[in-house]
Ligand binder design. Structure first.
Ligand code: UGA
Length: 442
């Protein structure tokens, strides 16, 4: 029945799934969120989001109060409930390899399919190597008791952490990878309110839909590494990459977004997605086509090492015994995510080089402590900076941007700052007597 609103399940309530479930319920759909982790489900049931995301906790509670959003650990229940099943489980990088680990996706889809006894659409949202969806479509048909009545589609997700709610409710575009008109119609019904806002819809085949996501993230990573490569050239020539980026950005064919130089990209997506793409391209015998992504990755890694060098240079060559205040641990502001976080990588490298590192981050402290127990953690930025020989800004939280250099200058041992994110005003900090250094700036 194409007229009634479909009932939705969201399988996997991590970053992507929890956001998707809450937002779909906010849009008016009946939604059942599913996860294998009973702890996560308990938290969500009690109205708590297991990670930091502005706006999401409020929307979760509202959606639960509406009676449209529920959570379960049972895929049997999900199979009975849903007309459309969104698969939102993670595809992390495999340890010791560039390849994506597809075991969660394969496991969730297989387990769900076993219980699908009526017409339903399984929709993959996870980021996967191109070709995965076609394989899963076959698997679903062969596994589901309803057989060919169950179809698979792909609907990649482009949300950014820190803007997850807005990105989900008001996406730039929707991409529907489908194998039939029926699947497309189902997806249009599942996103009717979003489409009604005028959101562009690109309807494609399965491999194109999978590839859009990987291509988008690769492009974004390339843009960041491009400006950071220019920063390396700037360092060798006395040019200023900050001004260079500003001037480039006025050409709207280039644009200023994702052209912010600094410590580079991290997180659970960009780094692992480009590596998985390199790996997949090798399997497909088109390794050359994306060989540049190896350089993108290498440039990005060099920024971390270079930041450590900059700190070393600023303190006169030897980090042993140097007191460092490391401001930031999350891979970017407005997130508590420390996966492949450049900030923590640099803090840990400074520690290994003998520095006495005190880290402060507004929300990622618990996560950071778990992974790097060897570091010291401060209670706030000023406390972390007290007695420091050098302050290193690693994640550009607004509260760090707004630090008064006079106030911080009063508590440090030496007024020396390395701005890893081009987040501070050098003129203001220099006027307050600070030695200011930033990557790609003289
Ligand atoms: C990224 C993409 O932006 C989303 O579109 C995509 O949906 C998501 O991955 C995903 O695949 O799930 P996210 O990882 O949340 O989103 O973070 P971004 O805002 O893209 O930032 C990634 C990293 O790049 C951060 O470490 C950030 O500090 C860095 N960055 C970003 C720069 O160094 N310079 C810039 O100009 C922009």
């Amino acid at each position: 029945d194409g007229t009634a609103a479909p009932r939705l399940t969201v399988i996997g309530t991590g970053y992507l799934g929890a956001t998707h479930a809450v937002c779909m319920a906010a849009l008016g759909y009946e939604v059942l969120g599913v996860d294998v982790d009973p702890g996560k489900i308990e938290l969500l049931r009690s109205g708590q989001v297991p990670f930091f995301e502005p706006g999401l906790p409020e929307l979760l509670v509202k959606a639960q109060e509406s009676g449209r959003l529920h959570f379960t650990t049972s895929l049997v229940e999900a199979a009975e409930f849903g007309d459309i099943h969104f698969v939102c489980v993670g595809t992390p990088q495999q340890p010791g390899s560039y390849a994506a680990d597809l075991s969660h996706v394969e496991g969730a889809v297989t387990e769900l399919a076993r219980h699908l006894r009526r017409r339903a659409l399984v929709v993959g949202k996870s980021t996967v190597p191109v070709g995965t969806a076609a394989r899963l479509a076959e698997l679903v048909r062969n596994t589901a008791p309803a057989g060919d009545a169950v179809e698979l589609a792909w609907n990649p997700e482009f949300l950014r952490e820190g803007f997850a709610v807005d990105d989900t409710l008001h996406p730039d575009r929707l991409v529907f990878g489908t194998e039939s008109a029926w699947a497309e119609q189902q997806l249009r019904a599942a996103f009717a309110p979003v489409i009604a806002q005028g959101t562009p819809v690109v309807v494609a085949d399965l491999p194109t839909a999978e590839l859009v996501k990987v291509a988008a993230n690769s492009f974004l990573a390339t843009k960041i590494s491009y400006i950071n490569a220019m920063a390396e050239v700037c360092e060798a020539t006395g040019a200023d990459v900050h001004l260079l980026a500003e001037a480039l950005a006025y050409d709207d064919r280039i644009g200023g977004r994702f052209l912010r130089p600094g410590l580079g990209f991290g997180g659970g997506c960009l780094p692992k997605d480009i590596r998985a793409f390199i790996h997949r391209a090798e399997e497909l015998d088109v390794a050359q086509a994306v060989a540049f992504l190896r350089e993108v990755d290498a440039i990005n890694q060099r920024r971390r090492a270079r930041t450590v060098d900059l700190v070393r240079e600023l303190v006169g060559g030897d980090l042993a015994g140097t007191k460092v205040a490391a401001l930031g641990a999350a891979f970017k502001p407005d997130s508590d995510d420390i996966r492949d976080a450049p900030a923590l990588d640099v803090a840990a490298a400074l520690h290994r080089a003998g520095a006495l590192v005190t880290v402060y981050d507004p929300v990622a402290m618990d996560n950071a402590r778990r992974v790097h127990p060897e570091l010291t953690y401060g209670t706030d930025a000023l406390q972390a900076a007290t007695g420091a020989d050098v302050v290193v800004l690693l994640t550009e939280w607004t509260q760090f941007r707004e630090i008064d250099p006079e106030v911080m200058g009063a508590v440090v041992n030496r007024r020396r700052v390395v701005d890893g994110r081009h987040a501070l005003d050098p003129a203001q900090w220099r006027a307050a007597g600070w030695e200011y250094r930033a990557l790609g700036r003289n």
